[in-house]
Design a protein around this ligand. Structure first.
Ligand SMILES: [Zn+2]
Length: 387
């Protein structure tokens, strides 16, 4: 991971390289920002830059002994802590036990989020945590002398997932680390990090990736996946990605499934409008056959689509996130979404999502949802009471 591999973020790179070259290096930084903006990639590129023995003004050299170890994330002065699942059977209890998976995952693509990481380590329904034992490991390692490079770096990915004891144990170390030790806390929810830790770090906010860089990335990803888009679609995808490489990837993965979702959505709304119970049943069967992940995706798609239809009539191009087929449908359908039913409709789809999450029978969930929708879309704007 070089700065050159970080998508966009020129200002952040400039700030970090400048601070490193001036020798004015804060011993603890909290790197924050939304998911998919490149925080982890930036933290690794920065740690590498600090250790590189032949760096240029903009980047590490990529060839010195330190860089070669960073290529595989095996530098002995680079330490990671990240949420894990304790698995007694597989004897996986610490981050070290997951280091092989972690390196493989980060090296493949450093733009990922908590859920993708947990999926990768087969977490199932368990929640990932940075356990107390990690703080002991970190303290122990940092008390040893630096063996190779001038700096030791500890990258804590998602410090908000630290067990409270772990955070408390690290407090003193973060406040007064041994010489040439740098803490980089990469957080998506800094408000959930112990305030005493937060106040001991220098804050670096990573903004969404700029549109031009996202556009370049879109070309690369679409090219690799053999997908082609026209100019309108490109603009829409860039806007929808909202500066996140993760969202962009999801959008590209979902282009086919959105089509399927739109068809099902149309069908529910039509069966509701016609009060066609038989069609509602058929749709419920279709929904039940989709599998849980697709069901959740559909419900979240529908939720978003209802919201978009509410805004559709406002006709503001900058908030219109719909594609061609969706716009065609919205031309008429948006008439049925108004201030008297939009909240209730969104609530019903959200409830359905929660029910699917907690394993309620999908046929029942979907059938109920169809009935409620049928009633809700007939609610009209009450012009007499508009303010
Ligand atoms: Zn180097």
């Amino acid at each position: 991971m070089l700065f050159g591999n970080v998508i966009g973020q020129h200002e952040i790179k400039r700030q970090l390289t400048k601070s490193a070259r001036s020798g004015n290096i804060p011993h603890a930084r909290m790197i924050t920002g939304n998911e998919g903006t490149g925080k982890l990639a930036i933290a690794i590129a920065y740690a590498r830059y600090l250790c590189c023995t032949d760096r240029s003004e903009e980047d590490s050299c990529g060839r010195c002994p330190s860089c070669i170890k960073f290529n595989k994330l095996v530098h002995p002065d680079l330490h990671f802590a990240f949420p894990i699942i304790k698995n007694d059977k597989k004897k996986k209890e610490t981050c070290d036990d997951y280091l092989k998976e972690w390196r493989e995952f980060v090296l493949k693509n450093p733009y990922f989020n908590y859920n993708r990481w947990l999926d990768f380590i087969d977490a199932g329904n368990s929640q990932g945590l940075i356990y107390t034992r990690e703080s002991e490991t970190i303290v122990h390692r940092l008390n040893l002398r630096a063996y190779e490079s001038e700096y030791k770096t500890v990258i804590i990915w998602l410090p908000e997932k630290m067990h409270e004891l772990c955070a408390n144990n690290l407090l003193k170390m973060i406040e007064e680390p041994p010489a040439n030790t740098i803490f980089l806390l990469v957080s998506e929810a800094p408000d959930m990090v112990l305030p005493t830790i937060r106040s001991r770090t220098q804050h670096l906010h990573v903004p969404p990736i700029d549109k031009e860089a996202i556009g370049e990335e879109l070309k690369k990803l679409a090219g690799a996946g053999g997908q082609t888009f026209d100019q309108t679609d490109i603009k829409r995808l860039i806007r929808l990605a909202r500066g996140s490489r993760i969202r962009l990837e999801e959008l590209l993965e979902n282009t086919d499934s959105s089509r399927e979702s739109l068809e099902l959505f149309k069908s529910i709304m039509r069966s509701g409008w016609e009060r066609n119970i038989q069609k509602m049943r058929t749709n419920s069967d279709k929904f039940a056959a989709m599998g849980r992940e697709r069901q959740k995706k559909f419900l979240s798609y529908a939720n978003n689509f209802i919201r978009e239809n509410f805004f559709f009539k406002l006709n503001l191009p900058e908030i219109n996130y719909l594609n061609k087929e969706e716009i065609e449908f919205a031309e008429k359908f948006s008439e049925y979404i108004n201030e008297n039913n939009v909240i209730s409709l969104i609530d019903e789809f959200t409830t359905a999502e929660q029910h699917i999450e907690s394993n309620v029978n999908p046929k029942t969930v979907f059938f109920d949802l169809s009935l409620k929708t049928a009633i809700l879309i007939k609610i009209k704007i009450n012009h007499g009471h508009r303010i």
